[in-house]
Design a protein around this ligand. Structure first.
Ligand code: NDP
Length: 490
């Protein structure tokens, strides 16, 4: 045998002589306990699955590059943006939200659009969706909302009754509901959709001045959507449609690209803005806050191993870099906690040591031990602070300017303005959607609301129609007509 041939070994490296037939007491006797290779094979198999993500379970990912094309140093001191032409590697994970790991890619659902930029100043994660807004604006509502998108506790079926009951009781969801039931709720794969940071973030420049920022990834492939009917056919024909589309395109060298753009708002504009600029159920109109070019992202490499990189990738909105910060957006504040918490549960306390999550920037701290510490665990260096041996010091130059929220924004802010859940969905329906888009949206809503059943059916439909009515009378009228429902606006 050629010495270079790969020989079967145990996981501990011992060459092993048999991969299929277990060691038995005689040709027909029972298996011997000492066949440790059999135990190892079965035991590892039993442990192949890690906990499925509660949301965003079905996904695919790719590596690529991000290149800065426009100077935004007046807004941010982030090292990545210090010079036009700067580049970094990225990893992107796309996903659906509500379905399990084996669910169909063309379900009507928002799509996750999570980007990890491996910058020299640390990992920067933009963990967004393909929609600029979200269903709720307070993280305390998140578990309830997600339960309604999952399975009914008794029947284990998806339940339109649960979904519409919840949405109708939370009118703040209307904007996202409108987008979801437009054809943008069924994008044609992951390449032909936009991505949005959704939340309001901040940028801080070299003068320590802060602006508020929204991030947009605009697809260079052209926005393309499926109709509800096309999406339904694909669910059965090719449940992995979006994953296949991405992997095939990259395999052929047809690398998808997105243009990263920002919208910027200063403190004064934030105070004057007619809505709460930190409300994730609202957008900032482009006419008031135009898109500013930042750079180009290209995806060009399918990871060599799905589990290693896609399944173990861990994104967190708290992963920002110096020069890019957070905001008082309540949902963002909740996600700052919830995401790393989910990763510690799924992957363990040392999840940032897994190659896909590991920063290219140097890491210095005194955190040690825990399960799966695989990076040397700090060797013999001190694991406490202060100490007399290392010089890991917190550097006050990285401190951000304080938020002046209480006096400057929250106190003077008209809280009632937050209750306008209707103007923007109405604008979307009337001003942005095409005639055909409006028709499809109405048809999709009628189809979904037809599934509402049970004793509370009429009450739920009436409540939801009232929300549609406040956004647009014609919209509510056509849905009521399609449902054959005797709607009385309240
Ligand atoms: P604009 O006319 O300047 O922009 C409309 C935006 O809507 C574009 O970004 C477009 O994306 C996007 N769009 C088109 N069809 C849909 C759809 N069915 N679902 C979701 N987005 C869609 O409008 P304004 O900025 O004045 O905003 C008007 C409305 O547009 C908002 O109320 C909001 O619903 C929607 N919108 C606004 C965004 C913003 O950040 N201002 C972002 C996305 C949506 P594209 O250019 O890629 O075709």
């Amino acid at each position: 045998m050629d010495e270079n041939d790969q020989k079967l070994t145990t996981a501990s490296g011992r060459p092993y002589y048999e991969n299929e037939d277990s060691l038995t007491a005689g040709p027909r006797g029972p298996i011997l306990l000492q066949d440790h290779y059999l135990h190892e094979k079965l035991a590892h198999f039993n442990r192949e699955r890690i906990p499925e993500r509660v949301v965003h379970a079905k996904g695919t990912g790719a590596y690529g590059t991000f290149k800065v094309t426009n100077d935004i140093t007046k807004y941010t001191k982030a090292r990545l943006f210090s010079k036009v032409g700067n580049e970094c590697r990225v990893f992107v994970r796309f996903s659906t939200v509500g379905g399990e790991k084996g669910s169909a890619d063309t379900e009507r659902d928002p799509r996750g659009f999570a980007v990890k930029l491996y910058t020299e100043g640390g990992n920067w994660d933009l963990v967004g969706n393909n929609t600029p807004v979200f269903f709720i604006k307070d993280p305390k509502k998140f578990p309830d909302f997600v339960h309604t998108q999952k399975r009914d506790p008794k029947t284990n079926l998806k339940s339109p009754t649960m979904m519409w009951d919840y949405w109708s009781l939370n009118p703040e969801s209307l904007h996202q509901v409108m987008i979801l039931f437009s054809d943008r709720g069924t994008p044609d794969g992951y390449r032909k959709m936009n991505g949005y940071g959704s939340h309001t973030f901040s940028m801080v420049n070299n003068n320590n001045e802060r602006v508020w920022v929204k991030f947009h990834f605009k697809t260079r492939q052209g926005n393309k959507t499926l109709t509800g009917a096309e999406a339904d056919v694909l669910k059965g024909k090719d449940p992995d449609y979006a994953q296949r589309d991405l992997v095939d395109a990259i395999g052929k060298g047809d690398f998808p690209k997105w243009a990263l753009k920002i919208q910027v708002m200063d403190d004064e504009q934030a105070t004057r803005f007619k809505w709460n600029p930190f409300d994730v159920t609202k957008v900032w109109p482009h006419s008031e806050f135009p898109l500013i070019d930042v750079g180009i992202m290209e995806l060009n490499e399918v990871p060599a191993n799905y589990h290693a990189d896609v399944e173990q990738s861990a994104f967190a909105p708290s992963h920002t870099v110096d020069g890019i910060g957070l905001s008082p957006d309540k949902l963002l504040q909740g996600r700052i906690f919830a995401y790393p918490d989910a990763h510690r549960y799924r992957l363990g306390a040392n999840y940032e040591q897994i190659p896909v999550n590991r920063p290219v920037a140097p890491v210095h701290h005194h955190q040690r031990d825990g399960m799966m510490s695989v990076d040397g665990n700090g060797g013999g260096s001190p694991n406490y602070f202060p100490n007399s041996f290392d010089n890991i010091e917190a550097d006050k130059r990285y401190k951000e300017p304080p938020f002046k929220m209480d006096s400057d924004i929250a106190d003077s802010y008209d809280r009632n303005a937050d209750d306008d859940h209707f103007t923007q969905p109405g604008d979307l329906f009337r001003k942005v959607m095409t005639e055909q888009g409006r028709k499809n949206t109405i048809g999709n809503i009628i189809g979904a609301m037809s599934g509402i059943s049970g004793a509370r059916r009429n009450e739920i439909i009436q409540r939801q129609l009232n929300h549609f009515y406040k956004a647009d009378k014609e919209l509510a009228g056509k849905i009521a007509e399609g449902l054959n429902f005797n709607f009385k606006p309240e």
